[in-house]
Design a protein around this ligand. Structure first.
Ligand SMILES: NC(=O)c1ccc[n+]([C@@H]2O[C@H](COP(=O)([O-])OP(=O)(O)OC[C@H]3O[C@@H](n4cnc5c(N)ncnc54)[C@H](O)[C@@H]3O)[C@@H](O)[C@H]2O)c1
Length: 337
């Protein structure tokens, strides 16, 4: 390879550190810098990865020559660093959601078009082998989808212990956005209307002012209707930090996915754990799994000039669905998209 892609990561918390790991191990990449507000995280990153760190995106962008940046700041804080990178002419990979509102997503895409840079979104669930199999099954043969069900839930630890920003997001922006993207990808068309109901009781009682759970009915252009359930209040004792299942009924096939139990159980004195062994795994000093693949594919696409597998446009279209869910929750009626 003649020249390495010069990459930086903004936000090296729970998930951003995976971006740091993957870039650090990709031979086509030079991990140039990492930016995080947290002094503790910066010190850890410097010690572990021997990479320069910054507390400010602007300072990093003025000091370093970069080709691309990953943005893994909290859900509601993607816009500002995304625009700063785009305005410097850098291609970006943004963690899901692209942004928490449709106008913010549009602002990112407009700036990208103006600056002639490319935007990818890390909708990593598309890289899950179970999702790939389902996508292929749906696109094979002459059948048509009739009905779908998807849930994606987290344990209550996620909004109450993992994040300091639970108040500023919710199970729809954090989890539902993955589902909205998967549904669009599976269906090959857009959603037309949404009706949602939700409850806000348990988390507010614990000081996190957001939805415990939301149920949404989503209709797609092909007539297929989906029931989507997302919650942030599974009991802490659950076998994994999240639960997820999908069923799809078509005119010829019935597909059921259990994303919760991926076939491995590990019992310790605490409880039975069902780790997602396909997501991230350390093997021979290298991070492997479908969590790493979209980050490596971002690099490949930039080096080869090929299309991203999940684009900024996908981020915008998924955000339209989650925005309609939010609107339906507020107005108590069906919302057309
Ligand atoms: N945690 C998960 O399991 C998970 C999984 C998939 C995707 N994601 C996505 O990854 C993103 C980050 O989530 P997380 O769980 O890593 O959150 P986190 O709170 O653990 O980390 C976010 C980090 O961003 C830093 N930060 C915020 N604004 C910044 C800025 N402008 N400049 C520099 N640093 C900044 C914070 O200091 C923090 O360390 C979110 O969009 C989330 O939806 C998270």
């Amino acid at each position: 390879m003649d020249q390495k892609l010069r990459v930086a990561v903004v936000g090296a918390g729970i998930y951003g550190i995976h971006h740091v790991d993957v870039y650090n191990q990709n031979p086509a990449v030079e991990l140039v810098a990492v930016c995080d507000f947290s002094e503790e995280i910066r010190a850890k990153v410097e010690a572990l990865y021997k990479v320069k760190t910054y507390a400010s995106v602007e300072e990093m962008l003025s000091n370093e020559k970069l080709d691309a940046v990953s943005i893994a700041t909290p859900d509601h804080l993607h816009l500002e660093p995304a625009l700063a990178c785009i305005n410097k002419g850098l291609d970006i990979l943004v963690e899901k959601p692209l942004a928490t509102t449709v106008p913010d997503c549009e602002a990112i895409l407009e700036a990208a078009e103006k600056n002639k840079v490319r935007v990818a979104v890390d909708f990593h669930k598309r890289w899950d082998p179970a999702a790939i199999y389902t996508y292929n099954q749906l696109n094979e043969g002459e059948h048509y989808p009739i009905r779908g069900y998807m849930n994606m839930d987290d344990t209550i630890d996620v909004p109450t212990k993992w994040f300091k920003w639970g108040n500023s997001s919710d199970p729809i922006s954090f989890l539902g956005i993955h589902c909205a993207d998967l549904m669009r990808w599976y269906m090959g068309c857009e959603a037309t209307e949404v009706r949602a109901v939700g409850s806000k009781k348990l988390l507010p009682s614990m000081g996190v002012d957001t939805y415990d759970s939301v149920q949404s009915m989503i209709t797609f252009e092909n007539g297929c209707t989906w029931l989507l359930e997302n919650s942030w209040v599974l009991p802490s004792g659950f076998a994994k930090a999240n639960d997820s299942r999908t069923t799809i009924l078509t005119s010829e096939k019935y597909i059921r996915i259990n994303n919760q139990n991926r076939g491995v159980e590990m019992v310790d004195s605490d409880k039975t754990h069902t780790p997602n062994v396909f997501f991230f795994n350390d093997f021979n000093g290298k991070v492997v799994g479908f969590g790493a693949e979209p980050i490596n594919d971002f690099v490949d696409s930039l080096l080869k000039g090929s299309d991203f597998l999940a684009t900024g446009y996908d981020g915008l279209q998924a955000a339209k669905i989650t925005a309609a869910i939010h609107q339906s929750l507020e107005e108590g009626k069906t919302v057309a998209i």
